[in-house]
Write a protein that binds this ligand. Structure first.
Ligand code: SAH
Length: 208
């Protein structure tokens, strides 16, 4: 699938993804390996659209993965929390960029699949947890960056609290219409930068 991956990267370049490290990671990670086998036949894993992965969920379209990763300014060694592991693909991209990745998925079957796909892909170092990501992962907080790939109605305060000073969070916010928001946490301020309109699955809440 190398030719398909190259074509995907060329398309991302046309969409103004200019961070060479992000493009390299997208060229290396085998996106098709993150689509559960039951959904692989007829799937077009390298096309610029989301693909079904079961349980009503999808692996985000390549552009969104690349865009959010680029906006996070991932550097090797950063400790990153992802909410909404889904297929495990976004987590693999972050790990390929050298980040220390923690990811939470609420659907146990998806978490199991992602764990397996990440191990096969060589990213067994990604730490996965099955549960409600709204509450973050206090044992490993604070994080240099947090990426949320399901949409809460409002910015979850617990996640803001688990972000380091100087850290940033990127997340879709809203019910119905969703907007990507980038949060930058400084010593005495939280800067909120509204970005493009997007469509993610809603963040569901687990039983407390
Ligand atoms: N990042 C994924 C795509 C995620 S799709 C990828 O690369 O494939 C959104 C995921 O968020 C779904 O798998 C959904 O089950 C999960 N999700 C929804 N609400 C959640 C919550 N409260 N905590 C953790 N995961 C959640």
């Amino acid at each position: 699938m190398e030719a398909e991956r190259k074509a995907m990267v060329e398309e991302l370049r046309r969409y103004k993804i200019h961070d060479g490290r992000v493009l390299d990671a997208m060229a290396i990670v085998h996106r098709h390996g993150y689509i559960p086998s039951a959904f692989r036949s007829g799937a077009d894993p390298y096309g610029d659209h989301p693909c079904p992965i079961g349980h009503g969920q999808t692996i985000s379209q390549p552009f969104i993965v690349a865009y959010m990763t680029q906006r996070m300014e991932v550097r090797p060694g950063l400790r990153i929390l992802e909410i909404g592991t889904g297929s495990g693909y976004q987590a693999a991209i972050l790990a390929e960029l050298g980040a220390e990745v923690y990811s939470i998925e609420i659907v146990p079957e998806l978490a199991d699949h992602a764990r397996q796909a990440l191990a096969v892909g060589g990213y067994g170092c990604v730490q996965l947890k099955t549960g409600d990501g709204y509450k973050g992962w206090p044992e490993y907080a604070p994080f240099d960056a947090i990426i949320v790939t399901c949409a809460p109605g409002k910015i979850p305060p617990v996640l803001v609290a688990q972000l380091k000073t100087g850290g940033r969070m990127i997340l879709p916010v809203g019910s119905g219409v969703q907007q990507l928001v980038i949060l930058e946490k400084t010593e005495d301020d939280l800067r909120e930068i509204p970005d493009m309109y997007v469509r993610f699955v809603p963040m569901v809440r687990g039983a407390d």
